[in-house]
Structures are given as C-alpha cells and as structure tokens.
Design a protein around this ligand. Structure first.
Ligand code: ATP
Length: 635
C-alpha cells in the first residue's frame, strides 16, 4: 500500500469519526433545545406563580400610613367620592414600592392610579406616554386641578425643555409629574444624567408607563421606542415601575414584564366586560350608496342628536363616507392620519362640542379620546383584530349609560383587511378572530370577547345587551356544510387545472353558476342564499378548509382562495362539518333604542364586594367603609 493510499484510508476513518461526532452533536443540540424550552416553561411558571401570589394579596386596604392622605387628596383635589374598582389597590401597591402592571379597560380611570400617588409623597413621578396629544390632555386636566406638572416632547421649545430638565435636579421644584416620550430615555444624555441625579437624591418616586402594551411585539400597537425602557430597573433599582394598559391578553402581559425586566410582578386587572355596551352585527350591503342609506337612517333616526364615531379602514373611505353623509344633510367630520395636526385637532374639537354628530375615521382616531357621552360606535369595515375592535368600540359609553357598538359585516371586507395586514406573522389569525365574532349567530357576543381576554363571562354578564342574547333562541339552526365544502374544493381544483386563480367573489360566482362557464361547478345551483354562501366560505377559511393566497400586482395586493390543509377531511363521507347559521335579528334603524338600560349585574359592585370580603379578613378592618359598601349592596 502506497503512502497516499494509506493516508486516504486514514482520511476515510477520520471522516467516519467526524460524521459520528456530528450525529452525536446534533443529538446533544436537540437535547439542548429541549432543555432550553423546558427552562423557559419553568421560568414562565415561576413568574406566573409569583404574579398570582402577589395578586392574591388584598391591596385595597385603608390602613396604610398614607391611607388618610389618599382619601383626602381624592376628595379635595379630584372632588371624587369613591374609587372605581382596582384603583385603590393599584395606588397602595405602587406606594408600597411594588412594580405593578395595571390592566383596565379604556375609560376605567387608569390615570388616577399614578397621578394621585404622585401627590402623596415628596419627589417626582415620571410618566412615559407615547403621544404628545395624550400628554397635552393630561397636563391640561392636571393644571385645572392645580397639580403642578410639565411635559417634555420634541415640539417643546428650548426654554421649556431646559425648564423641564431642571426640575429633575431642583430639590425645591413644585413639579410633581413630568411627562416624557419613550425615546427620551435613549436619545437624550442630558435627560438621563439629570434623571440619575434625581434618583441619587432619592427624589425619583416612581416611573409610570402609560400604554405599556406598546413594549410588546405581540400587542396591537408595538412602538420600538418602548424597548429602551428595559434599562430602567437596572439604572433605578429602588424606583417602582407602574405600567398601565387596556390590553389584557396573557401573551402581551408576559412579554411586557420580560421587556421591562419585571417578570413575576404584580398584575392588577379589572374586568373587561362593559355591561352598558350593546353589541350588534348588521348585514352590510354591497353598494356604498346602500351603506350610506343605513348610516343616514341610523344617524337621523336611532342616534338622532347623539354623538358617535364611524370607523372604516381606509382614508379614501373616510372621505367618501363623510362626503356622502354631508350630501344627505348630516354634520360629520372626517379624520385620518394624512390630515395636518391642526386640522385633526379642529375636527376633534368640533365633535367634542357637538357641532359634528359623528366623526368618520380610520384608526388614527384613537388614543386620547376622552368624550364620555359617545352613544354609538359604528364599524363600517371590520377591525383587524378583536383586540382592536374592543379598543375602538370601547370608546362608546364611557359615562356608563347605554351605548351601541354596531358592526357592518360582509364577506368581501375580510379581504379588504387581510390584504393590508397579511404580511406580519399572526395578523391573519387575529383578523379571523374578528371574523369569527361577526359570523357568530348562536353564542353571546360577550362570550367571544371574554374568550379573547381569557376571562369568563356568562350570559348573566350580558344582560341581553347583545343582538344574540336579546332574541329568542327558538330558531337556532345548524347545517352540515361538508358537501358544499367538497364542491368549492373541486371548483378551485378545476380552475387551477386551467391556470386560473379565484378570488372569493369569483369562487362564489362559480358555485352559484355565474361568471365564466368553464369555471362554474358541474352540479346544480345551491339552494341557499348567496349571503349564506358567503358565510360558508368565511367559515371554511376560519377552519383552514380554504386558505387565502396573496399576490402582488403593481397597484394592489389580491387575495385568492386555495384549498387548505383540512380540505382532505371532507372527502370522507362520514365526516360531519356543521356550521351554525347566522340569524338576522331585527334592529330598528330609525327609532332610538328604549332607554331602559338597567344593569342586573353591577360589575363595579361585584368588584367592590370582592374587595369587601377580602377586607373583612383583614385585622384592621375599616368599619365605616364597610358599612357604606353594605348600604350600597342593600339598595
Ligand atoms: N373613581 C372615579 N370616580 C369618578 N370618575 C373617575 C374616577 N376615576 C377616574 N374617573 C374619570 O374617568 C375618566 C376616564 O379616566 P382616564 O382618562 O384615567 O381613563 P383611562 O383608563 O386612562 O382611559 P384610556 O385607556 O382611554 O386612556 C376621567 O374623566 C376621570 O376623571
């Protein structure tokens, strides 16, 4: 054997050994991945247990060293007699130095949870807020109450910024709250240096982070600047953080805790049920003129003289609808992101002052709307997720009186929204959650909203305040759609063979023997209405029997329909695919709703009672408070 042959043999042996080692390595890598996943799960469980333990403490006591001051400030400064559910717990926990996240629906009174504590102890509260308009609203309302506060934004003048920065260093400042945008923490060295001075002097009382869900990529409103806030706990370990949000999904909360480095912190969450809101789905006509007629009837009839919002999903739609309604003699404003800030502010004010009955808006009209008497929120186009829908519709009825949330739904709008949102992971799933809510005709609408927030509300919490609960259930019906699904599958296959892609509308046409003959199904026209046909297609999309397939053109994105992974299942004759049929409940467009809203279940009272029963267990029970709550219960 030559030396070369020997070496080649040796090389083969080495190669063999390398592949053995590689196989071992890949086994260990797999094992490592499994262990990392396990570690993460254990960590999450520990954090959840920590949060649960902290949350099971009764924070709503009235015997803290600051309790008298808290009550006095509430009455004297805010002229308010009692706290809303969870407010006192949030205030006590942050005054105790706990990191906490407060989750309350819009309008529940989150601002008080950090504004009031700021007045209890000496020092400064920093409030991080994402929008200048929000900060300005807050400063206005604080100034009206003679509470010294300042804001620092990129529109502040040099002098204003300098003054605000000095408050951080000035031990004698009267300022109690300083509002800043999140990018300050990353982009202004002077701000950070002054903040460190403030902390070193023991004056950095608390950092409140409003709209804290903006930290999370899972949230509906992720803002990259919020990621800078992750350093706060390292830099200011003795300063409690207080995050506030109206977004309650478990994944977002866990993500926020992680981002802020406060895993396992206290989470104070009040119920998300809004008992005074009536939820309704209305059939949306295909023509814009017919839509305008519905809106006109609603505004001139059912909501005559009342204030509201009409949400739609494109700037063009806001302009067309506002224009169309004006032609029909209605006073409405138009609001979207392309308008200049001054114009937007004018529109907002005119609506606030009731010159405009309604604002036709994109979701740009969102944060910072503090109008208590919004009697209706109409969705002309569905929202892109249940989360968004809850936020948008939640702008109605902040005064606690009956208000209505009406959504105009038709299948075509799914694709109007999906083509706008599909490119981000998870968005389509979120949109389908919204479609499920619209298609539903047999479950209480609150049940679907509650599912989304990991809450448990029963029909008693609805109190007939949705279109499903308030109609008799005798005509409930389900149908087996297996054969329809099979037919749709074969229409798609046939089109594919001819190299043709079908939109949902074309698929529907081919099913109902309309459109090009070569694309039509071979059997008889289905003996159901076209609207039910649309519902079936949407239902099959939700169940992955059909899937959307997105294609770009030079001007737009088109959603085509393909057979989905579950289409295979319907080939089996014994397979049942049942779909509840949506019922079309009556809804008078022209007569105001009966103003007899009487909550059977007073949720504020339930929260108060829970707090009360916990309070009874406390050693130093505040008897006076307890008596007054009992009196309320007796009523
Ligand atoms: N305990 C209370 N009693 C009566 N009114 C209150 C109470 N707490 C807060 N409010 C009022 O409720 C309204 C809404 O409060 P706030 O703006 O803090 O809500 P929010 O939870 O921050 O809502 P959003 O999520 O929309 O910002 C305000 O007008 C506020 O003065």
């Amino acid at each position: 054997m030559t030396t070369i042959e020997k070496l080649e043999l040796e090389l083969k042996d080495v190669d063999k050994e390398i592949s053995k080692v590689n196989a071992e390595l890949s086994k260990w890598k797999d094992r490592q991945r499994v262990l990392h996943e396990k570690k993460l799960l254990i960590k999450n469980s520990i954090n959840k247990l920590k949060t649960d333990t902290l949350s099971s403490v009764d924070w709503a006591g009235t015997t803290y060293e600051w309790s008298e001051d808290v009550t006095r400030i509430l009455k004297d400064v805010y002229k308010i007699d009692s706290f809303r559910p969870k407010q006192l717990g949030a205030i006590n926990s942050t005054l105790s130095g706990q990191h906490a996240i407060v989750v309350m629906p819009t309008g529940a009174g989150k601002s008080l949870c950090y504004q009031l504590p700021a007045l209890v102890k000496p020092g400064l509260t920093i409030v991080v807020s994402p929008l200048i308009s929000l900060m300005e609203d807050q400063i206005r309302s604080l100034t009206n109450r003679n509470i010294p506060a300042k804001l620092m934004s990129n529109t502040s003048t040099k002098e204003e910024t300098s003054e605000a920065l000095n408050t951080l260093k000035d031990k004698n400042t009267k300022i109690k709250l300083l509002y800043v945008t999140p990018e300050r923490f990353a982009k202004s060295k002077r701000f950070m240096s002054n903040l460190q001075t403030c902390y070193a002097a023991g004056r950095l009382q608390r950092i409140a982070i409003d709209e804290v869900h903006c930290c999370s990529q899972w949230g509906h409103d992720f803002r990259p600047d919020y990621k800078y806030l992750g350093i706060l706990t390292q830099m200011f370990p003795n300063t409690p953080l207080l995050g506030l949000t109206a977004t309650a999904t478990a994944s977002v909360l866990t993500d926020v805790q992680k981002m802020l480095n406060i895993p396992g912190c206290l989470v104070i969450k009040s119920t998300f049920n809004r008992p005074n809101l009536f939820y309704k789905i209305l059939e949306k006509p295909s023509s814009q003129e017919d839509c305008l007629t519905i809106l006109e009837k609603l505004l001139k009839g059912r909501y005559r003289g009342e204030s509201g919002i009409i949400y739609t999903n494109s700037i063009k739609d806001t302009e067309d609808i506002a224009g169309g309604l004006r032609k029909r003699g209605l006073k409405v404003g138009c609001y979207h992101a392309n308008l200049e800030a001054g114009v937007r502010s004018q529109v907002h004010t005119k609506w606030h002052d009731k010159y405009y009955q309604a604002i036709v808006a994109t979701i740009a009209f969102g944060m910072g709307i503090d109008k208590p008497d919004v009697r209706f929120v109409i969705h002309h186009t569905i929202s892109k997720s249940m989360e968004n829908y809850y936020q948008e519709s939640g702008r109605a009825g902040r005064d606690g009186l009956r208000a209505e949330c009406v959504t105009l739904y038709r299948m075509q709008d799914i694709f109007k929204v999906s083509t706008m949102v599909f490119s981000s992971v998870g968005n389509l799933e979120h949109l389908y959650g919204m479609v499920k809510y619209c298609l539903n005709g047999s479950l209480c609408r609150r049940l679907i909203i509650a599912e989304h927030f990991d809450e448990n509300w029963g029909t008693a919490d609805c109190n007939n305040m949705c279109d499903v609960c308030c109609t008799s259930r005798t005509n409930e019906k389900t149908i087996n759609v297996r054969l329809y699904c099979k037919t749709l599958g074969s229409i798609i296959e046939n089109a594919e063979k001819q190299d043709v892609k079908l939109t949902a509308q074309k698929l529907l046409d081919a099913w109902f023997l309309k459109g090009p003959v070569n694309l039509r199904q071979k059997g008889k026209e289905p003996s159901i209405s076209r609207v039910l046909g649309e519902d079936i297609i949407a239902f099959l999309l939700l169940g992955s029997y059909l899937v959307e397939d997105f294609h770009y053109t030079a001007y737009s994105t088109i959603s085509y329909i393909k057979n989905g992974p579950n289409m295979e299942a319907v080939q089996d004759d014994s397979f049942e695919l049942t779909m509840p049929v949506r019922r079309y409940t009556s809804f008078d467009l022209q007569t105001p709703p009966r103003n007899d809203y009487q909550p059977i279940v007073d949720l504020e009272q339930i929260d108060a009672n829970v707090d009360e029963s916990k309070a009874k267990k406390r050693k130093n029970d505040d008897k006076t408070n307890s008596k007054s709550k009992n009196r309320k219960t007796d009523n």
